[in-house]
Design a protein around this ligand. Structure first.
Ligand code: ACM
Length: 268
C-alpha cells in the first residue's frame, strides 16, 4: 500500500488558508494513506479557552472536515489530520480519519502536552481504523511518550501508527523509532515546521517527519525547513510477522501478569 506524510507550515488562526494549502498539496497524489500534522488547520499556541473555542469545529459538519472530505474522495486518499474538535461545551485535541469513501472517525488525544491541559479535554479511548487492508492506530504527538499507547494500539491489531504531531522536544522522532521496533509496526510522524509567535509566547516546531519500518529504519524523512509531501510503498506483511528470531515472538513472548502494576496511576 502507499503511505505518506504531509509536513507543512501552518499559520495561526488562518483555517481557510491552512486547509486550502493542504488540499492543494494533497491534490498532487492519489490512492494513498496520508498523515498530516496535529492541529494543522488552526495552529497551536492558543492564548485562552475563548480563542480555542472560536477556532474549534464540529467534526461532522465543520468546514475543515467538509473540505478534506472532498479531496479524500476525489483523490481516493485515506487522510488522518489533527484539528480542534468542538463537542458540546468541550474542546478536544483530535485526529480525524477520513476514508477514501468519505467515512469519518475521530480519536481524541489522551496525553495532553504542557499548556494543552489548560484548554483541552483529554480523550478517554484509544482508536484503530481500517484504511483499505491496513489497520491504523492513531496517536497524537505527546502520546508517543507513553509506550502503553502504541502497545495497546498494536494489540488492537495496528499495522501502522499514524502520528500527527507538533513536536517541539527534539527526541520525539527517535522515540517513534523505538515505538516501531518494540511493536513491530510501521509508524508515520507528520510534523510541522516553522516558528509560531503569539504575544510573548513562541514555539519552534522540529519538522523531521518520517516513516519508520518495523525494524526502526527510517524509510523516508523530511528536513526541518521545508514543506514536504512524501509517499512510499510499504508491505504490510512486514508488520504482521512478529517473529523476531525462530524462537522469539514479539507479542507472545510477553508475561502480562508481571505487568499488572501498569494499571496503577502513580509510582509506588
Ligand atoms: C505535543 O504534544 N504537541 C508536543
Amino acid at each position: 500500500m502507499k503511505l505518506g506524510f504531509l509536513q507543512m507550515r501552518c499559520k495561526f488562526g488562518e483555517v481557510k488558508a491552512n486547509v486550502k494549502k493542504a488540499s492543494n498539496l494533497l491534490g498532487k497524489v492519489s490512492d494513498a494513506t496520508i498523515v498530516l500534522p496535529e492541529l494543522f488547520n488552526t495552529g497551536y499556541l492558543f492564548k485562552n479557552k475563548g480563542e480555542l473555542k472560536g477556532l474549534a469545529e464540529n467534526t461532522r459538519t465543520g468546514y475543515t472536515v467538509s473540505e478534506m472530505k472532498k479531496v479524500a474522495k476525489k483523490k481516493r486518499l485515506n487522510l488522518i489530520f489533527g484539528m480542534a474538535q468542538k463537542s458540546g461545551s468541550k474542546v478536544y485535541n483530535s485526529a480525524v480519519y477520513i476514508s477514501d469513501k468519505g467515512k469519518v472517525d475521530v480519536y481524541q488525544k489522551v496525553h495532553l502536552f504542557d499548556r494543552e491541559k489548560l484548554f483541552f479535554q483529554p480523550g478517554t479511548a484509544l482508536k484503530t481504523v481500517k484504511a483499505g487492508d491496513a489497520t491504523v492506530g492513531i496517536m497524537i504527538c505527546f502520546d508517543w511518550i507513553v509506550p502503553e499507547v502504541s502497545r495497546v494500539l498494536t494489540l488492537k491489531g495496528a499495522d501502522i501508527l499514524a502520528h500527527p504531531a507538533n513536536l517541539v522536544l527534539p527526541w520525539g522522532q527517535s522515540g517513534m523509532k523505538i515505538r516501531s521496533i518494540e511493536n513491530g509496526v510501521f509508524s508515520v510522524t507528520a510534523n510541522r515546521i516553522g516558528v509560531e509567535k503569539r504575544g510573548t509566547m513562541d514555539l519552534a516546531f522540529t519538522g523531521g517527519s518520517q516513516i519508520v519500518n518495523p525494524r526502526g529504519e527510517v524509510l523516508v524523512s523530511a528536513g526541518d525547513r521545508s514543506e514536504s509531501l512524501k509517499v512510499i510503498e510499504i508491505d504490510l506483511e512486514e508488520a504482521r510477522n512478529k517473529n523476531i528470531t525462530s524462537g522469539n515472538h514479539l507479542i507472545n513472548d510477553r508475561f502480562p501478569p508481571l505487568y499488572a502494576s501498569l494499571g496503577r496511576k502513580s509510582r509506588k
